[in-house]
Design a binder for this molecule. Structure first.
Ligand code: NI
Length: 170
């Protein structure tokens, strides 16, 4: 296994819309395992493929370090889709692609997600709490969306200023 480089804002790959995976190959499973290792090393509770430069509908999540007794310890999800959502939750979120940025984000408090696991078997996940938030956050990444977009214009421009001062370009 190998640690992958986590892409950070304003890397353009974070803005691309990911494509569905039609075939689970050995290479793809290696990517999944590397993403898991990279997530744990960061450390983070979730990672989406675009964050390691791959525009594919794939994510990994493990919220166990933050919330114990989860029904789903480690989730590897291919082509995830939110099929139902309910309630409202507002929690502060961070993102491995947005160093030093935190923002309160409004999300559904419960989600029902369908997708496929590491072996290509269909899975259904009913989630609340941090897992529900993590699923919505990572699925946003697959659509090219970041929590930065959900922050207030003031907060957004302050963060951009800080990032561009460091000499990066969009
Ligand atoms: Ni993120």
């Amino acid at each position: 296994m190998a640690l992958l480089r986590i892409r950070t804002y304003p890397d353009r790959v974070l803005r691309e819309k990911s494509g569905d995976i039609s075939n689970i190959t050995g290479d793809l499973q290696r990517l999944m395992d590397d993403m898991v290792e990279t997530m744990y090393a960061a450390p983070g509770v979730g990672l989406a493929a675009p964050q390691v430069g791959v525009s594919k509908n794939l994510l990994v999540i493990d919220v166990n370090s933050r919330e114990e007794k989860q029904k789903y310890p480690l989730i590897t999800l291919v082509n995830p889709v939110i099929v139902a959502a309910e309630g409202i939750s507002e929690e502060e979120e961070g993102c491995l692609s947005l160093p030093d940025f935190k923002s309160v984000v409004e999300r559904a408090s419960k989600v029902f997600v369908k997708g496929f696991d590491r072996e290509g078997k269909p899975v259904e996940i009913e989630a609340g709490g941090l897992l529900a938030i993590a699923l919505q956050h990572e699925i946003d990444h697959l659509r090219g969306k970041l929590i930065l977009d959900k922050a207030s214009p003031l907060k957004r421009s302050l963060y951009k200023k800080r990032i561009f001062k460091k000499g990066r370009t969009e």
